[in-house]
Design a protein. Structure first.
Length: 277
C-alpha cells in the first residue's frame, strides 16, 4: 500500500478514477493509455484498481493503487450497511439494470476520492469515470478554465435533474470543503443516503451541494454543462477533449452525439483558454 510520502508532490490538479478487473479489460486500459498520452505532464493521476494485478508500462505520474488495500474495509462496511436496503428494493421488483438504488456499486467512487484526499497536496481534485477516453492533447490552461474562484464544485449540469457526474472538480482550498465532505461521509459511513429518494452517487453529490447552498445562501457550483437532458458530457466543454462511453457507446467506441457539437466545441475552447493566458 502506498504511503502518504509517496505522493507528497504539489500539483494544482490531480485526477482520480477506479475500476475492477472486468472494467479494466473493457474500458479502463483505454482510459489509462489515452490519458497518459494526452494529459499535461504536470498533472498526476490516481487509478484505484480492484481484484487485478497492478498495471505496468505507464509514466510515473500514473499512480496505480490497490482499492482493496486503500478503501476495501470502508467499502465492505458500507456494502453490509446497504445490503438490507438494496434487498428490499429488489424484493419489490426493482429492475437489475436500474442504477437508481445501486448504492454499493457507486460507493467505490466516493471511497476512492475520500482516500485520494488523504495522500495528495493538490488544490483541485478531479474525478473522471474510467469509461472516458481522452481524444487529443490537452493544454494545461484548459483545466483552469474549468474552475472559478469562490466556486467549490465544477460539474456538468443538466437543469433541474441531478448533474452528470462522470467528470467533477473540487477546490480543496474552498471554505466549504470540510463541510461538504462531512456531509458526504455521513451519507456513506452513516447510511444517510438511504433517506434520499435515489441512492446513486450523482444524486448524493448533488444533495450535498444543495445542503451547503441552503446553509450559506450562496451558489458553490460552477456549471460545465448546458442544462439539457441527454448526453450532456460530450455536448459541453468537457467534450472538447474527452468522450464518455456510457452504456452501449462502449460497444461502438464513441458517442454519436459528439458530431453535432464538434465545431462549436473547438471555437469555445479557443475563447475559454484565451481568458487564462
Amino acid at each position: 500500500m502506498a504511503s502518504v510520502k509517496d505522493f507528497e508532490i504539489k500539483t494544482d490538479f490531480t485526477i482520480v478514477t477506479t475500476f475492477n478487473n472486468s472494467g479494466w479489460r473493457q474500458y479502463g486500459s483505454r482510459f489509462a493509455f489515452s490519458l497518459d498520452k494526452y494529459l499535461p505532464e504536470e498533472i498526476n493521476v490516481f487509478l484505484y484498481y480492484e481484484n487485478m494485478e497492478n498495471p505496468v508500462g505507464y509514466s510515473e505520474r500514473m499512480r496505480f493503487l490497490n482499492f482493496n488495500d486503500c478503501c476495501g474495509q470502508k467499502q465492505k462496511k458500507f456494502e453490509n450497511l446497504a445490503a438490507p436496503h438494496e434487498a428490499k428494493k429488489k424484493s419489490v421488483g426493482q429492475n437489475s439494470s436500474d442504477y437508481t438504488f445501486q448504492a454499493s456499486r457507486f460507493a467505490h467512487k466516493y471511497y476512492a476520492c475520500e482516500h485520494a484526499l488523504t495522500i495528495t497536496k493538490t488544490r483541485y481534485l478531479i474525478w473522471i469515470d474510467a469509461d472516458v477516453v481522452t481524444l487529443r492533447s490537452i493544454p494545461k490552461q484548459w483545466f483552469y478554465s474549468l474552475v472559478e474562484e469562490k466556486k467549490y464544485w465544477s460539474r456538468i449540469g443538466r437543469g433541474a435533474k441531478y448533474p452528470e457526474c462522470g467528470f467533477m472538480i473540487w477546490d480543496l482550498t474552498h471554505p466549504q470543503h470540510k463541510s461538504y465532505w462531512s456531509i458526504m461521509e455521513s451519507m456513506y459511513d452513516d447510511g444517510k443516503c438511504f433517506d434520499l429518494p435515489e441512492w446513486h452517487d450523482s444524486f448524493i453529490w448533488w444533495t450535498a451541494e444543495k445542503i451547503i447552498k441552503k446553509k450559506i445562501s450562496k451558489e458553490i457550483s460552477f456549471n460545465l454543462g448546458d442544462d439539457l437532458k441527454g448526453h450532456a458530457f460530450v455536448r459541453g466543454v468537457i467534450g472538447e477533449y474527452f468522450d464518455h462511453l456510457k452504456g452501449e457507446r462502449k460497444n461502438i467506441g464513441f458517442s454519436p452525439e459528439r458530431k453535432n457539437y464538434f465545431v462549436k466545441q473547438i471555437a469555445n475552447t479557443i475563447l475559454r483558454i484565451k481568458k487564462y493566458i
